[in-house]
Design a binder for this molecule. Structure first.
Ligand SMILES: Nc1ncnc2c1ncn2[C@@H]1O[C@H](COP(=O)(O)OP(=O)(O)OP(=O)(O)O)[C@@H](O)[C@H]1O
Length: 254
C-alpha cells in the first residue's frame, strides 16, 4: 500500500472535525473524498500533508510515518498537492513556473535561480508536454485561461515526482468539457507514473466518473467507502445527498 491512514482525529475546541478516519490508497489509484460542507475534508487533507498535526492517528507513506513531520519534509518524501485557488506566479512564464518547481525539488533554488535561464528547461518542457501546455511555455501565467492554469499547476505539482498527489477540488471553476479533460489527464498520469491521487470535489459527475474508489465523510467520520456503484447505492449516502439532487444527476449522466 502506498498510503495507510489509521484512526486520524482532530478537534477544534469542542468540534470533532475528524473522528477516527482510516483508509488505504494504492499506487496508481484515484480515490475521491466527498462529503457535505464542513464534513472534515480539508482538515483531513491538511493532516495528510502536515499543515495540521492530528490529535491522534497515523499516516504512513510507503511504510514511513508522516505524522510529526513538517509540510516541507512530507513534500520531499513525495506528497504533492494542488490547491483550489491556483498558485502559479502570474508574472512568470509557464515554463519558468515549472522550472522553479524543478529547481526547488533539486534544492538549487537559492543559489542558481539568477543564472538559471536554461536550467531544467528541457525537463520543464517535458512536463508541459505531458499536460499539453508546451505551446504556451513562453506566455506569462497571468494571461492564461483558468483551465490552462490548472494544467500548468498540475505540471508544477508533478515536478516533485510525487508518489501521492492531493488535489483540492481540482475542477472547481472550470467548464464541463475542461473538467473531463483535466480528470482524464490526471488519470492517465496517475496510471503511467503509478502515482496515487486523493481528491476532494463537490461536482458529483466528476467524482462518479473519474474515481476508482470513493470515500464519504460526514461530520468527521467515514460513513461509506467503495467503488462508485457501491457508494451510489448506499442508503446513508443517498440520504445525505438527498434534496441536493447531485447524486441522481450523476447517476443519470453515467
Ligand atoms: N482552524 C479551525 N478552527 C476551528 N474550527 C475549524 C477549523 N478548521 C475547520 N474547522 C471546523 O471543522 C469542521 C470541518 O471543517 P473542514 O473545513 O475540514 O470541512 P470540509 O469538508 O473541508 O468543508 P468544505 O467542503 O466546506 O470545504 C467544520 O465544522 C469547521 O467549522
Amino acid at each position: 500500500m502506498l498510503l495507510e491512514v489509521q484512526n486520524l482525529r482532530k478537534a477544534f475546541g469542542g468540534i470533532e472535525a475528524v473522528r477516527g478516519v482510516a483508509f488505504a490508497l494504492d499506487a496508481g489509484e484515484i480515490l475521491a473524498l466527498i462529503g457535505p460542507n464542513g464534513a472534515g475534508k480539508s482538515t483531513c487533507f491538511n493532516m495528510l500533508n502536515g499543515q495540521i498535526r492530528p490529535d491522534q492517528g497515523s499516516v504512513k507513506l510507503d511504510g514511513r510515518e508522516l505524522v510529526g513531520l513538517t509540510p516541507r519534509a512530507i513534500w520531499r518524501l513525495g506528497v504533492g498537492r494542488t490547491f483550489q485557488i491556483t498558485q502559479t506566479f502570474g508574472s512568470m512564464t509557464v515554463r519558468e513556473n515549472v522550472q522553479m518547481a524543478l529547481l526547488s525539488h533539486a534544492r538549487a533554488i537559492h543559489d542558481v535561480w539568477r543564472f538559471a535561464g536554461r536550467l531544467e528547461a528541457d525537463e520543464a518542457d517535458r512536463l508541459l508536454g505531458l499536460v499539453g501546455m508546451d505551446d504556451a511555455a513562453e506566455r506569462p501565467c497571468g494571461e492564461l485561461a483558468y483551465g490552462d492554469l490548472k494544467r500548468v499547476e498540475l505540471a508544477v505539482a508533478l515536478a516533485n515526482r510525487p508518489k501521492l498527489l492531493l488535489m483540492d477540488e481540482p475542477t472547481a471553476g472550470m467548464a464541463p468539457k475542461e473538467r473531463v479533460a483535466l480528470m482524464r489527464l490526471t488519470a492517465r498520469i496517475a496510471r503511467d507514473r503509478r502515482m496515487g491521487v486523493l481528491f476532494t470535489e463537490h461536482d458529483m459527475d466528476v467524482v462518479f466518473e473519474h474515481a476508482d474508489r470513493i470515500m464519504v465523510l460526514n461530520r468527521g467520520a467515514l460513513i461509506a467507502e467503495g467503488r462508485p456503484a457501491e457508494v451510489r447505492a448506499n442508503d446513508q449516502v443517498r440520504q445525505i445527498y438527498l434534496g441536493e439532487g447531485r447524486l441522481y444527476h450523476a447517476e443519470a449522466a453515467s
